[in-house]
Design a binder for this molecule. Structure first.
Ligand code: SME
Length: 152
């Protein structure tokens, strides 16, 4: 399935009012991990209350020890502070990086904004080197805007 074809599926998951927010977020993770071969770990992190740290939300892929990430630490923690997309085509070239699995070659993190506030992010790890294009960024920005509707 192409990224464009996945967009209506994201919208339909968001509109499933019979499911909890976390169930819907998990369905989004499953949809992306299943249909995009170079998305191998897909998860959400959200700001943990009023603390300057991220807390792991729904995800699919290998379990990770990094359920709490302080702001500024790793790729995720940097996005919590910069409010900008972070595309890492080669994780080995990053010094502020938190490794979750030795199979991961690349990572993309896109922030989620509610009322202009950075409330969390989608985080995707890839086992394929150099896999992400502008299309992934635009698509994941779309996903984050849809998720923002769910949590606002
Ligand atoms: N690699 C991330 C940590 C989270 S895991 O990828 C699930 C980082 O550097 O922030």
């Amino acid at each position: 399935m192409t990224l464009q074809e996945l967009k209506p599926k994201i919208k339909s998951i968001i509109s499933q009012k019979n499911l909890s927010t976390d169930q819907r977020l998990l369905e989004i993770c499953e949809l992306l991990e299943t249909n995009i071969h170079y998305y191998n770990w897909v998860g959400f992190y959200f700001k943990n209350g009023n603390k300057d740290e991220l807390k792991l939300g729904p995800y699919v892929g290998e379990p990770t020890d990094h359920t709490i990430i302080p702001f500024g630490k790793g790729i995720c923690g940097q996005v919590a502070v910069s409010n900008k997309n972070f595309v890492v085509q080669d994780v080995a070239a990053q010094n502020n990086y938190i490794a979750c699995s030795i199979t991961v070659k690349a990572e993309i993190v896109i922030p989620i904004f509610v009322n202009d506030e950075n409330v969390g992010q989608i985080d995707i790890d890839s086992n394929t080197p150099d896999p992400f294009t502008d299309s992934d960024e635009r698509f994941l920005e779309f996903v984050c805007k849809e998720v923002a509707k769910l949590i606002s």
